[in-house]
Design a protein around this ligand. Sequence first.
Ligand code: FES
Length: 149
Amino acid sequence: MKNLMINGELLEVDAHDNMPLLWALRDVLDMTGTKYGCGKGLCGACTVHVDGEAVRSCTIPISALEGKEITTIEGSAVNPILEKVQDAWYVTDVPQCGYCQSGQMMSAAALLAKNSNPSQDAIHSAMNGNLCRCGTYVRIRKAIRAAAD
Ligand code: FES
């Protein structure tokens, strides 16, 4: 049992300490916006924020997260930059199948929180680990530019 601060709310998570955050979110808390892709930290589909950093939730046990601020794709009400990113994704019509897009948006929001007007190189570097099998990369970059200052 752990108490985790997720999207501004302290939530009781009834799960083994070793359970990765991704499974706690999806299977225990029924927060299914964060997606399972590879389960090995390689694809970025499960990206969330921990204390503002974009991290792969499939690789972090919940025991490492007490006292930290977790933000998921469901957290736009408490994260104005994430809300701006979601609006830009909608207006730019980014998704094709959509599966990887919550992770893409979480990486983009973490980037824009640190750098409100990133260069193409900075965007490339921040988004490099988020894979999209539909190849929506051009629209992803366009949406990030739209959400930038
Ligand atoms: Fe976590 Fe692929 S599911 S990086």
